[in-house]
Write a protein that binds this ligand. Sequence first.
Ligand code: GDP
Length: 440
Amino acid sequence: MFENLTERLNKVFAGLTRRGKLSAEDVDVAMREVRIALLEADVHYSVVKSFVANVKERAVGVEVSEALNPGQQVIKIVHEELIKTLGPSERLNLTGEKPRVVMFVGLQGSGKTTQTAKVAKFLRGQGERILLVAADPYRPAAVKQLQTLGQRIDVEVFYQEGIAPPELCKRAFVYAQKGGFSVMMIDTAGRSQLDQALMDELGAIQKIVHPVEILLVVDSMIGQEALHVAEGFRDTVKITGLILSKMDGDSRGGAAISIRSVTGVPIKFLGTGEGIDALESYDPSRLSSRILGMGDIIGLIERAEAAFDEKKSMQQAGKMLSGHFSLEDFADQLKQVRKMGPMRQILEMLPGNLGKVAKQVDPNEAEKSLKMTEAILSSMTAKERLNPDLLNASRKRRIASGSGTEVQDVNKLLKQYRDAQKMMKTLQKTGGRGLSNLFR
Ligand code: GDP
């Protein structure tokens, strides 16, 4: 996500870090670079202009706090201004009488149908009873696609052949009312470009079913073009929120950064993959951290929270810090890390120096080595995991052949484990000083 922009900004900030004190000239030079980086990322000119002016005004003459070096001070201001530009997060408005209608609109190929299903699953997880409506009779494949997705997430899909979308939505609404559905979500038709017939149809649906939310799905990869798309739809229907799809691709960042400022419409979700769970609630601070390459520490914490058994991890943390953790604890931790997602994503989210180190790690290699470690650990007996000193040469050979590895892999793992144990003991002695450097 935003790799070029992030790299360029990091270069600018790295230049500042080497300077002793922050002068007006430093800020000027840095902001000139930031400006070019943003323009190249396809951020709208007016947004770049006011962004740079705001950062400059705040950065020049600011008291450099003792806790931060000048580069960090500028990053902090840029981060805060970026959060402002991205705009505050707003929750979906699902108030009023049931069924509340949420309408999804967007160009063909924007990811509209996929995001509709993702949001359906998300809301169902919050206890809503969802009815999906397939309102794109022009493309039979689109109806089929929604039906398949509906089946996969176990949500009913309403569709009647040969009925024009406004009438279809009217019938679906009556059906949803009778059936006690709390939210009705309409997947409307898309076109390859903005056209009047489509707009008229969307306008007609809006008038009939009075949606509480009309969410526009835009492909974040199309850069500034996204602004025109948003404005085009907004002229006809009352867009209440944006879903930026394909944020997992090599989006340059322009759409994400400018769209709120230019259109005034809040971003509500980010689509981060083709899978049905690849949806994130929009959070400006998290997005800004990602753009600046500070790593998504918040995202990582959230995922860790969701994946971890709290009591167990407290116990383990205690054990780890005292240096008394066994390979059994290690195996448990690996399982929990596993639940956080694929290695590639976890590595991407690490901040600061850890993130830099992570960049040098090949995710495929990391995944392979994790699998190997898991295989070795599961070839040991529980007793051996609790007391690795029991492992003699013949057991090591058996474990290696049981896990499809070599004895030297088993030895390597044992060495890593002992090194980690030693490190934890040292850390405890130094009161954890030095650990914080990893996050700088
Ligand atoms: P629609 O024509 O707007 O309904 O678009 P679809 O939902 O059919 O999506 C078009 C293509 O984009 C499909 O191949 C999807 O799998 C893909 N897609 C949708 N959302 C995302 C996303 O967030 N990330 C990625 N990488 N692909 C996506």
